[in-house]
Structures are given as structure tokens and as C-alpha cells.
Design a protein around this ligand. Structure first.
Ligand SMILES: CC(=O)SCCNC(=O)CCNC(=O)[C@H](O)C(C)(C)COP(=O)(O)OP(=O)(O)OC[C@H]1O[C@@H](n2cnc3c(N)ncnc32)[C@H](O)[C@@H]1OP(=O)(O)O
Ligand SMILES: CC(=O)C(=O)O
Length: 533
């Protein structure tokens, strides 16, 4: 097969890790990147070491036009990646050289252009409203024009898998039109995301055998198989894989860059990132979630904060022997950490591992371990939850193991009243009576709610004696009402996150009253701080 070679651009790269967060990822409902966001995303992806960053569609979206202009004017210096402009082939019946959208791709000054082309005959005839000859001419004309202008061109064959199943000859003719005109890679797209891995692998293998073209893969996630489909395509011979950060994308999203990369590196042994890049996966995933303003998915494979969190006691007992017995990889190889959760599902091994993490020496203390495990199970049955409240768990553990030092204060009583005034304002007032530094102190304070008032009164009572108190702030407060079991009342669980500027710690309180549940969590927070110093 003869073809026009792109002028002066490298073709020797064996495998392409291609990111389209800034174009296809931005098609996710709820994402709207500013130009500054786009530049920040591109810098992070480049730091990670992807080979190609698709920056958007210049000429179609003003923000994307500006992004490419600012990038080319020096605001984006890429060390690893090449910047890619995305756009469609020329319009039917026109000339590529005169098509405004095609010219905008050149004007973007991006060294690489990815063109989207329809390869399903039904789309060609019904959406483009042209015949297959004209569809192929649109591809060939646009590719050869851009290659002639010195651009490296990739061709995204939209709806390829559906189109190939419906009419393989048409689908292959579109690929051939692109490849012979000089496209470096023809990318088989599962645009509707309806494929499954075995079918993808079979088609990729068959197309590779029939054409000999360099193939890429682009999978949407409508069957929740985009990552599996992408990996299957690579195993079947694709050497260019398109993904988006955290799987952001139209509808159900795209293949997640972090899972795809994790699999390529850890499972297939492919060096698709520069040295040290894999260990950056978790950091970059979270940083990109921050820019997209989407909370990270804690259960995301490889990079989620729960991806290596173990709750089951049986897992912990094996992990104690060797962490790899229950982890599919070393979490640090992708920049993540293993965590052991102590809950009602814990066994002795879970607590021993947690003890190591918290710095509590449990060696030679089997009775204490057994007793704390039993206590945790008992409390969790009543509605307590320690998996997110390490500080309360540590207090429980230390009390059993070495007996806690004297708490910094003891409570004699507290009282909270709610005052609904004539003008509609609701004020809470709390009085606490505590013993601190050998004295009995009574303090009263107001707050905008009962817990706020109680916290304020306690601080007023304690701060003359406890110098560190002012540094402690409540940084998060979560309340959950737990449904009652037959014959019991509902209980309230409060999780309190505290911070002293250096560290954060979480405590838990459970009671039928939200005020008492909050008080228990608040006391644990202060006792924990005084113990840690
Ligand atoms: C599978 C994907 O995700 S591909 C990426 C899709 N991304 C986007 O669509 C986001 C950016 N899109 C846009 O800003 C606009 O849709 C634009 C600027 C591209 C086009 O806007 P408009 O000119 O108003 O046209 P509209 O969006 O209604 O329709 C698209 C036109 O492109 C044509 N078209 C669609 N695909 C192709 C293609 N591969 N090659 C050439 N023309 C195409 C359609 O037939 C239609 O032509 P018509 O106007 O003659 O009916
Ligand atoms: C190109 C693309 O985004 C798709 O076919 O899904």
C-alpha cells in the first residue's frame, strides 16, 4: 500500500498513550474548563508523561481556539507530550484547503491533528447525507492537505465497530482513504460504547490482518467495559490508546487513563510512561479531579483512596504475613497507600496491623487485642463506626493496652437550651461545668446551634488551662441518623474532623441525642489532641 508520509515528523514511536480529557473528557455533563484550567490540566498530563494531549477543537469552541493560541505563544511548554488539535474532515462538496474548520486546525499551530470521520455507512448516508465515495474523498482530501502542511495526522473512525459489523467494506474503505492519504494511525472508535472485550479483540485482530494499518483504539464506557475493551484492543494489536483522566467523558464516560495506564504498566509490563511516571498516577488523578471540580471516586481502581483499603479480617490476617497476598500490586508503585480498616468485620490481625499504623505496640498483648476486637464489634452493632474515625479507635486501643493518662478535663455536667425568640431568631445557649487543672470551672456561651454553643462553652471553660486549645478547629462535621431496629429508637452518629494546622484527626460519637453524640466526638477529639501533644 503506498501512502503519503508526513513531512519531517517522527513516526518511530512504538506505542501512543493519548489523552483526550480536554476534548472528550470535557464532553462530560457538569465539566466546564476555563482556558486556565485547560492549561493546568495539560501541564499535569505532561508531568505524568502521556505522549499526546488532545487540547480541544479549535475553530468550533472559542475557548479551545484561545487555549491553542496561548499554548503556542509560550504558556504551555511540554516536556513529554505533543499537543493535538481535534476537528472533523472538510464539509461535503468543498475543498479541504478552503474549509474554515480545517484551516482553524492549521491555525492552532498544533503539530498533530486528529480528524474525526464517519465510518458507518448508516451515518454516512443518513447523518452526513453523502455517498461512501464522497465520505472517503472528504477523509482523503483533508488528511492529505494537513499532511502536506506538515502536520502529523491521526484518523478517528467514528462508530467503527458498529459500522464494521453492518458493512465491513465501507468501514475499511474509510480507513484506507485516511491511511493512504498519510494518516499515521487509524483509530477504531467504539463511539456508542456498546462493545464487549472479546468482540473488540476479534475485530481489531481481523482489521489488522486485513489492512496492515497502524491501529488505535477509542472506547466509550456505556457497557462499563471501556478499560477492558481498550486493553483487549492493545492485546489484539492496537498501538495507540485514547483515554481520559478518571474516565471523564460523554454519557457514561471514556476509558480511564489511570486504570488503562495501570494495566499497561503493571499487567502487560509496557513502559508507556517515563521513569517514575507510574508513581505519579494517584497524585495526578486527584489533582485533575480538583480542577474538574468533581470529588475523586474513592473506589477508582489503582488511584482511589479505597483501592487498597482492607476491611475483612481474613484479608488482614494474610496481609500481616505478606501485603501482596491480598493486593494485586504494591500500592506505592502507583503512588497509592494500603490501609487497614477496623470495623465489625475485623479480626485480631486487622487490629494488630492498625496498631502498627497508629504506633501502638500490641506485641505480647493478645488478650488486649481480643478484648478491643470484641468491643469494636459490640459498639458497631450499636451504630458506632470506627473505619473513618482512627482517633477514637486509637483511644479505645490505648485505654485497653496501656490505660490512658488522666484526661485533660472531666465533666461534671452540661446543659443546652434553645431559645426561639419573638422575632423568629433561634439562639442556643450552653453551660458546662468541668474540672480542669484542679479547679471547678463553669462557663456559658451562645451559638447558632446547640453543638456550636456547647463547643463554645467548653472552649471558654478550658482555654485558660489548656494552651493548645486555640489551635484546634473543627474542620468537618457529619451527622447520620441510623434507622431504628424493631423495639429500639433511632440513634445519631456524628463524625467530627479536627485540625491543629499540622494534622487532622477524626472522632466518632453515637447516641440517641445528637447533642450527646456530638459531645462524645468532641471530647474524644480533645483527649486525642492532649495525648498526641
Ligand atoms: C464522537 C465525538 O464525540 S466527535 C466530537 C463531537 N464534539 C462536538 O460536537 C463539540 C463541538 N461541536 C461544535 O461546536 C459544533 O457542533 C460544530 C461547530 C462542530 C458544528 O456546528 P454547526 O455547524 O452548527 O453544525 P451541527 O453541530 O448542527 O452539525 C454538524 C455538521 O457537521 C457535519 N459532520 C458531522 N460529522 C462530520 C465529519 N466527520 N466530517 C464532516 N462533517 C461532519 C454534520 O453532517 C453537520 O452538517 P450539516 O450542518 O451540513 O447538517
Ligand atoms: C472520536 C470520538 O470521540 C468517538 O468516536 O467517540
Amino acid at each position: 500500500m503506498t501512502r503519503t508520509e508526513p513531512a519531517g515528523l517522527p513516526l518511530g514511536d512504538d506505542f501512543h498513550l493519548y489523552d483526550t480529557t480536554l476534548r472528550d473528557g470535557a464532553q462530560r455533563e457538569g465539566i466546564s474548563y476555563s482556558v486556565a484550567d485547560k492549561l493546568a490540566v495539560a501541564r499535569l498530563l505532561d508531568e505524568l508523561g502521556v505522549g499526546f494531549i488532545e487540547g480541544g477543537w479549535p475553530g468550533a469552541l472559542p475557548k479551545d481556539t484561545e487555549f491553542f493560541a496561548r499554548a503556542a505563544d509560550g504558556e504551555l511548554i511540554l516536556k513529554h507530550a505533543a499537543l493535538v488539535a481535534f476537528g472533523s474532515t472538510r464539509k461535503a462538496g468543498a475543498k479541504a484547503a478552503e474549509d474554515a474548520q480545517v484551516r482553524a486546525l492549521l491555525d492552532s499551530r498544533a503539530p498533530v491533528v486528529t480528524l474525526v470521520a464517519k465510518s458507518d455507512r448508516r451515518h454516512i448516508e443518513r447523518a452526513l447525507r453523502v455517498d461512501v465515495d464522497e465520505a472517503c474523498a472528504m477523509v482523503a482530501d483533508t488528511v492529505s492537505f494537513l499532511v502536506g502542511e506538515g502536520r502529523r495526522v491521526f484518523l478517528d473512525a467514528e462508530h467503527f465497530f458498529d459500522g464494521y459489523a453492518f458493512d465491513p467494506d465501507t468501514a475499511l474503505r474509510v480507513l484506507e482513504a485516511g491511511f493512504t492519504a498519510g494518516a499515521d494511525v487509524v483509530v477504531l472508535c467504539d463511539t456508542n460504547g456498546g462493545q464487549l472485550p472479546l468482540g473488540i479483540a476479534e475485530t481489531v485482530r481481523e482489521v489488522a490482518a486485513r489492512t496492515g494499518f497502524r491501529l488505535g483504539i477509542h472506547c466509550q464506557d456505556d457497557t462499563s467495559c471501556a478499560v477492558a475493551n481498550s486493553i483487549a484492543a492493545v492485546q489484539a494489536g492496537a498501538t495507540h490508546v485514547q483515554c481520559t483522566a478518571n474516565g471523564y467523558g460523554e454519557r457514561a464516560g471514556n476509558a480511564d487513563l489511570f486504570a488503562v495506564t495501570g494495566n499497561l504498566v503493571a499487567k502487560l509490563g509496557m513502559d508507556v510512561l517515563p521513569t517514575g511516571g507510574a508513581a505519579e498516577l494517584t497524585r495526578v488523578s486527584h489533582a485533575l479531579a480538583e480542577i474538574a471540580n468533581i470529588a475523586p471516586d474513592t473506589h477508582q481502581a489503582y488511584v482511589g483512596s479505597s483501592a487498597f483499603a482492607h476491611k475483612a479480617g481474613l484479608h488482614a490476617s494474610a496481609i500481616k504475613v505478606d501485603p501482596l497476598l491480598y493486593n494485586h500490586i504494591d500500592p506505592s508503585s502507583v503512588g497509592n497507600d494500603m490501609r487497614v480498616l477496623v470495623t465489625e468485620m475485623a479480626g485480631r490481625a486487622s487490629l494488630e496491623l492498625k496498631g502498627r499504623e497508629l504506633g501502638v505496640d500490641l506485641a505480647g498483648r493478645p488478650e488486649a487485642v481480643t478484648s478491643v476486637v470484641a468491643k469494636v464489634k459490640e459498639l458497631e452493632a450499636e451504630g458506632w463506626s470506627f473505619e473513618a474515625a482512627d482517633a477514637s479507635l486509637e483511644l479505645l486501643l490505648r485505654k485497653e493496652v496501656d490505660g490512658l493518662a488522666e484526661p485533660p478535663f472531666t465533666l461534671e455536667s452540661y446543659r443546652v437550651v434553645l431559645d426561639h425568640r419573638g422575632d423568629g431568631e433561634v439562639i442556643s445557649e450552653a453551660t458546662v461545668k468541668v474540672h480542669v487543672a484542679g479547679e471547678r470551672v463553669i462557663a456559658t456561651a451562645e451559638g447558632n446551634g446547640p453543638v456550636h454553643a456547647l463547643d463554645a462553652a467548653l472552649r471558654k471553660a478550658l482555654s485558660p488551662a489548656l494552651s493548645w486549645l486555640d489551635s484546634v478547629e473543627l474542620s468537618d462535621y457529619k451527622v447520620r441518623i441510623l434507622p431504628s431496629h424493631p423495639g429500639t429508637d433511632a440513634v445519631t452518629r456524628v463524625l467530627l474532623k479536627s485540625s491543629d494546622g499540622d494534622q487532622e484527626w477524626t472522632t466518632v460519637g453515637v447516641h440517641g441525642s445528637i447533642v450527646e453524640a456530638s459531645w462524645l466526638a468532641l471530647c474524644d477529639a480533645l483527649v486525642h489532641k492532649s495525648m498526641r501533644g
